[in-house]
Design a protein around this ligand. Sequence first.
Ligand code: PMP
Length: 376
Amino acid sequence: MDLFNVYPINPINIVRAEGSTVWDAAGNEYLDLYGGHAVISIGHTHPHYVETLTSQLHKIGFYSNSVEIPIQKQLARQLGEISGKNDYTLFLCNSGAEANENALKLASFHTGRKKIIAFSKSFHGRTSLAVAATDNPAIVAPVNETENVVFLPFNDEEALTKAFEDFGEEIAAVIIEGIQGVGGIREASLPFLRLIRTLCDQYSSVFIADSVQCGYGRTGDFYSHDYAGVEADVYSMAKGMGNGFPIGGIAIAPKFKASYGLLGTTFGGNHLACAAAVAVLDIIQQENLLENARAVGDYLIDELKKFDKVQEVRGRGLMIGIDLPAELNHVKKDLLLKNRIFTGEAKPNVIRILPALNITKEIADRFLTAFEERLR
Ligand code: PMP
């Protein structure tokens, strides 16, 4: 095996991008309905984003966490404002896996306990604890295997109640995606989330909402279940946070004390990453992108439900899963090769739509037309 081979899934060389459009080296235009795995939140090369990063880089890109970095405070302030969780503390790192890793460690430090509850089809990242809490044995190395993680069936209230009755005093944290992404766009039910809240309160365990994919405005709410008033103790985030610049973080409820030095990482919260994240929040706020995600998302979901051949449409806002029958498993590939539209997938046969939050209705319509053509 050539270790220097980066094995692209699609041999397409994307060299330029704007909004929800990208171009390859030969000048062919593609629609980006996937945002590079839900990463592109405010569209590619947005002028305010480019300007904020460029001017930050001219001033300073990085200096160690041993000094004051005011732009971290600005980011925390803006995040508190848009999420309505002004009293949460922000810890900054560089990816979704690292965010979850730290969320789980914090829960263990805080409770002094070791057990973690995770759910079937979960995906939390590829580092040690994050991957141990991920329901995909194929990506768990022997060194990551641990009896501390207990998997329960997703949305099964009975199994969850029983687990807490059996060993609630040992449970440090419950980690759940409000809407499972890699698992095929499957939403946690409200009664299930409310039960997690109740049991975590009752047993002093930590409720971690992995919002790496379903958060940051994707569903039209800042965190996926804000609309229902479900509140987690820790929200992990990454992906859309930097619109492609690596940054992740956890928002920590005030009742948890993350004392200095408990969590840490060299690059976390550097000036340039924070500038990227601040620019993203500026744009989400100034351009009302939560509203847009809801409106265009509702429209897409309604229209997709009209196709007879579609088995099920799942998700909320701009996090959409289209379940297709097995004989249509060529649709995703054809959308790319014949219509030049990037989408994502989940097993066994789900097309995942995770576009930028500022996708227009016109682009949604272009996708719907192409999709209809592929179904024919
Ligand atoms: N949590 C969820 C819900 C994710 O979808 C992902 C990435 N697919 C991660 C965590 C891991 O994020 P990263 O790849 O940035 O480590």
